[in-house]
Write a protein that binds this ligand. Structure first.
Ligand SMILES: [Zn+2]
Length: 509
């Protein structure tokens, strides 16, 4: 009797093993324009108040997403009923500040822009001038320089050879150190990483831009800027211009050699912040064969809130990516019901604070990756896939793909093949360039994964006349396109989770 029973069990098992391979189109076809439309008309409705980070509208949005996953029977990434990755933010208003150098009081916003993330009272008698503040493989201003716990001042620009080429690159093309916001940020971060506690960064263009902007702000009505929560003792910086920097380092324009300068600088800063809480939504499907390896599908859940009494609905930005994710999750869930679970795991990561500076993805990738980054195979990020930009008025059947080949040739090929096999969209690689002036590779959440050498593909329709306006409404979405583009992401994800080998990162940076 027992023997027979066992035989019976084995027979059933072998039938299951011989199951026909899944046909992904069955599940891809479950992603429909009708369902996307229904979801988006809710998600981008006035009820969600523009989903501003930390505000009631955002809380409604995250609750809505959680309810959708619960209804689909998709688990939380935490394995319990908590679908929210809590993230502390702060809303920074204007700080009160005074700065005196060698007995002379500086004028706020005209001479300098103070940090807003500290309350501090300090007098220093020594500042280290680190020249250009560059720390590259073949050139460093920090050689034999100990800046630990020191105050440093950094000039703008990058040294050039006599033939006009830049020292760090040997070419005449601008490098990451040369100028602009990115160079400024890199120099500040480098100094902080090497232990400097305070940075005076000299950047004439940046200073000019921000001082004008700050002088226009009315402190009475200013709501403040949302940013990452800064812990006590976090490093900070002042921004200034060359003119003012001369009061500290008189020969700053002609002398690039680092040196210690004796001075008398005192400053007093009083931050004015309000703590906010916000959350990423984290839903999860565990892989059946390689559960430790996972791909992340992401879209940002937030938008701009209410502007002058009007709700910024953010239907395309990024309601479109959000509802695409829900449909993709549902398609995978349908496959599971039919006995085809994904071999690798999938994290559905709805990100907060994208509009405030990619804060939710930064928090996940830099502070609290729920799953180890080294096991994260790829990130497919969707930000605006429901509209058509001005370059494609006559060719609606397109989507921009950015980043797919930057770290992994295989990811690029897989996406191309999924498209050729199933969706036939014109994949436009116009913005797929790290030096493209629009810098889209850096401008949505995928970048926070790419910088950790996790291959990313970013799906995007480009900007349009309603971009970041209250007129980005669900009636303007082209749902047939949204359906097609969502299916492409699904088929690419399908291959990534089900293929035998994990994709190779052959172009790690
Ligand atoms: Zn967006």
């Amino acid at each position: 009797m027992i023997k027979n029973l066992l035989i019976g069990v084995f027979t059933i098992t072998s039938v299951a093993c011989a199951q026909a391979p899944a046909d992904p189109t069955v599940y891809g076809n479950s992603i429909t324009s009708e369902e996307l439309k229904e979801l988006l008309y809710t998600y981008a409705s006035d009820e969600f108040e523009g989903r501003e980070t930390g505000e009631p509208g955002q809380k409604k949005a995250v609750q809505y997403l959680k309810d959708q996953y619960v209804a689909m029977n998709v688990a939380s990434a935490y394995g319990n009923d908590n679908y929210f990755q809590e993230i502390p933010f702060e809303r920074q208003k204007l700080a009160e500040a005074t700065l005196t150098i060698n007995g002379k009081e500086a004028t706020i916003y005209e001479d300098y822009i103070p940090p807003r993330n500290v309350t501090v009272d300090e007098t220093i008698t020594e500042i280290i001038y680190v020249g250009y503040g560059i720390d590259a493989d073949n050139y460093s201003d920090y050689t034999n320089l100990d800046v630990k716990d020191k105050v440093v001042i950094i000039k703008s620009g990058e040294p050039q050879n006599e033939d006009g080429t830049y020292v760090t690159s040997g070419t005449k093309e601008k490098t990451q150190w040369t100028s602009g916001r990115r160079a400024r940020r890199l120099k500040i971060d480098t100094a902080h990483k090497l232990g400097a506690k305070v940075v005076f960064i000299v950047d004439d263009l940046g200073h000019n831009y921000y001082s004008k902007a700050y002088m226009k702000i009315d402190p009475e009505t200013y709501e403040g800027r949302i940013s990452e929560f800064s812990e006590e003792g976090a490093p900070y910086y002042f921004m200034t211009n060359t003119e003012f920097a001369k009061t500290i380092v008189p020969d700053i324009t002609t002398n690039h050699t680092p040196k210690t300068v004796t001075t008398n600088i005192s400053y007093s800063i009083k931050k004015d912040i309000e703590l906010l809480s916000s959350e990423n939504v984290v839903a999860y499907i565990e892989g059946s064969e390689k559960p430790d390896e996972l791909i992340i599908i992401s879209a940002h859940l937030d938008h701009l809130g209410i502007e002058n009494g009007e709700v910024a609905n953010g239907a395309d930005d990024d309601g479109s990516g959000t509802v695409a994710m829900l449909e993709i999750a549902e398609a995978f869930q349908q496959a599971i019901k039919d006995g085809y679970p994904p071999k690798r795991s999938i994290l559905f990561l709805h990100l907060t604070g994208e509009e405030k500076g990619l804060l939710g993805s930064k928090y996940y990738a830099d502070k609290d990756p729920i799953f180890p980054l080294e096991n994260t195979v790829a990130n497919l990020n969707i930000d605006m896939i429901g509209r058509v930009d001005k370059y494609h008025k006559d060719d609606r059947n397109y989507v921009y793909v950015i980043g797919a080949d930057m770290l992994s040739s295989e990811l690029y090929q897989i996406n191309e093949k999924a498209n050729k096999t199933y969706t036939n969209i014109n994949l436009d690689y116009k913005y797929n360039n790290e030096t493209d002036p629009n810098r889209y590779y850096y401008r949505s959440d995928h970048y926070n994964f790419a910088k950790h050498n996790i291959p990313v593909a970013f799906y995007f329709n480009g900007t349009h006349e309603d971009y970041h306006k209250v007129t980005d409404t669900p009636d303007k979405i082209q749902y047939d396109l949204l359906e097609k583009r969502t299916r492409l992401v699904f088929y690419t994800a399908w291959e990534l989770v089900n293929r035998a080998q994990r994709i190779v990162v052959d172009k790690a940076k």
